[in-house]
Design a protein around this ligand. Sequence first.
Ligand SMILES: [Zn+2]
Ligand SMILES: [Zn+2]
Length: 438
Amino acid sequence: LQVTVHRGAHEVGGNCVEVRHGSSRIVLDLGLPLFQADREPHDSSRLRALSLDGLRSEGIVPAADGLFLDDDANAPDAILLSHAHLDHTGLLERTKPTVPVYASRGASKMMLAGKVFARQVELPRERFRPMTAGKSVAIGAFTVTPYAVDHSIYGALGFLIEAGGESLFYSGDLRMHGADSEAMQSLVEALRVKRIGTLVMEGTHLGLPSRESRSERQVAAEIATHIEAAPGLVLASLSPQHVDRLAAFYEATRSAGRTFAVDLYTAFVMHLAASETRLPRPTAENGVRVFLPLYHRTAAKQKQLASLVALLAPEPIGLPEVLGNPTRFVTLFRESMFDSDYGGVFPQQTLLLYSRWSGYLDQPAWNGLRKELDASSGRLVEVHSSGHIHADDIRAFVERVAPERVVPIHTFEPEAFAAFRLRRDEVARNDTYATTAR
Ligand SMILES: [Zn+2]
Ligand SMILES: [Zn+2]
């Protein structure tokens, strides 16, 4: 197996790994980078608007032969997507439409919801090859077995890739402290038994100060405690695609005797995931009401969303009903709603449960919102846990799986892997395996 890390060898996000055996080639993930060389965040909307040439001139297009629309060389056999986050999927729309795309059904659903509501990348139906966790598929000379992994989005997979008597496991993004940590321990044991040759392992948290180390279960318990004790309206700020977190909010809302009021985006995610997860369908009988924030009600959006409104919000709830009965609701909140839907005022004693990456709170928009909350005797409480494996767990994962070599990915600290004990006490240096790593 010849492994080339086109991107992600020494940065968080923008993963792209090519695996070659003989004339067979597959590409694992195809992300837009999250960070520029100076580690300032990229503006993903700006990158999405660039032409392929423009992206090339900024060094953002991976050097995988024949993959992109402007490259005449033979295309790889397939693209495998680990999950629907843009730093793993963002360049898909630039690739040749003849290349099949393997992903979980969950990932394809999250990409659909992200496409409709969050300007994310589409997975064209005719290219999609659904994968089921535990079921191997043959792609060229490879046997690929997907494994469900826990991450902050529904439908994430890791991939075991075998060919010519060799094996590689690609972690994608994952964590051990999620809602089903036992399943992740079982994965580690399964990989240990397989005696993996190469482990391509995410290391987001290596070298980062750990601002919190709560488990997803602890976060769920905190959400429940806060909602139970809240004196007024509760606003929930979270990514609906993080289905475990969404379920925690829903369950806490119901056990506090409140109704969960969600926007159409969140209702669509609940609709898509209801058959496969503990989330219910977004109906009034299930204690869910759907509202249409102003950005869903522009003329263009109304036309685009008409069938979803008919399906999921035939009788939408209005914000005045929520604001008039603040202790009866927990309501999904996005910062863009504050001016357009709340008229720039929070109800008295609002509790805003902030359940996203804390870095966004340093941005000017959130500074303003916190002042407004203070002004109305409200407060913001952070209830969050990272979607990425903690540094201690990375070490335990690597040492337990005991591969022959580790190829770091999705990390600013690839050198930190050198301290881990491996089967042959050997850690591949990035440049050995990443002939074109940027
Ligand atoms: Zn990622
Ligand atoms: Zn991710």
